[in-house]
Design a protein around this ligand. Sequence first.
Ligand SMILES: *Cc1c(COP(=O)(O)O)cnc(C)c1O
Length: 343
Amino acid sequence: MQTIDLRRDTITIPTAEMKDEAFKAPLGDSVYGEDPKQRDLEKVAAEKLGKEAAIFVPSGTQGNLVALLTHTERGNEIIVEENAHIRTSETGGASCVGGLMIKTVYGEDGAPAPEGVEDAIRKNDIHYPRTALICLESTHYRYGGIVPPLDQFKKIQNIAVQHKIPVHLDGARIFNSSIYLGVDVKKIARYADSVMVSLSKGLGAPVGSVLCGTSEFIEKAKRHRKMLGGGMRQTGWLCACGIIALSDNNINNLKADHENAKLLAQGLSDIPGFTLNLERVHTNFVLAQLHHSKYNAFSLLEILKIKRILATQADEATLRFVTSREIEHNDIVAVIDTIRAIL
Ligand SMILES: *Cc1c(COP(=O)(O)O)cnc(C)c1O
C-alpha cells in the first residue's frame, strides 16, 4: 500500500507537463533580469493578481519578509491577526530581521477584527512606535484554511486608507480562497497593496512564491530579496513550472482538493469521538478534534503512521489533514475506513 500523505499540500510534486516545460526553458541570469521564464512568470503573476508588477522569490516566508522590509522601517510596528502565519510560523523574522514590533488583533473569521485594527493603530506620539503596516491572510493557515469574508477586508482597507497605512496580504493559498468565494482572485487581492502567493503548495510547482504590488514597490522589494539571499540566477526551470502552476486549468484542479476535504470532514464527523465544525471546512484543510477513551490525537497519528497514513497535530486534541493533488477520492475513503476501524 502506498503512503497517503495528508500532512501538507507542499508535498505535491511537479506534473509531467511542468517537468517537460522546465527542461525546455531557455535560461539566463535572473539577478541581471536576464532569465526569460522568470520575466514571463512575474508578468503572468502580476496580471493574475491585478497588480502592476511581481517578483519571484524562493519561498513564501521570504516573500512575506521582503514585503515587510519594503513597507516598513526598523522600530515600526505591524498589525497582524493573532494567529497569522507571519507571527506564528516564520521564525520571528519580522522582529529578528525586520526590527519590527508586532501588535496582534484577534479575528475569529481569520481577519483581524476591524474595530481591533482601528484601536491598535498608534497615535502620533513620540513615545510610540509608528504603525507601518496591516497584514491579512487568506486562506488562514492556523484556523484550518478558512477564508476570511471580503467585507472584513474591505472594512480594514478603509481604515488603512484613512490612516495612510499600507496593507499586505499573505495569500499563500489565495487561489483556494478565490475558489471558495467563487470570485476572481483579483477581487481578493484588491484589498491589499502587496500580495504574496505560493506556487509550491496546492498549485504544485516544486519551489517558489511570488510577491506582487505596484512597480515602485517591486523595484524596492528587489533590493530586499537580494539582501535576503533570494537572487537565484538561472531560475527558468523553476519559473517554467510556476507559469503552469498559475494556468487556469491548474488552478481549477484545486476544486478537487476542496471536495476531498469535505468528503473527509463528513466521514470523520460520523465517527464517534470526533468533533468537527463542518462550516469551517472551506478549502483543503480539515481540523478534527478527538475525544476518545483510548486514543488521543498523538497516539492516533502514531498508529496511522504504521498504516501509512500521515497527518499532523494542530494542538493537543486536534488532528490536521490537508488534501492536495497527490490525494484521490479513493485515498479519502481508505482513510475514513481505517480510522473508523481503529476507533
Ligand atoms: C506556507 C505559508 C507561508 C510560507 O511559505 P513557505 O514557502 O513555506 O515559506 C506563508 N504564509 C502562509 C499562510 C502559509 O501557509
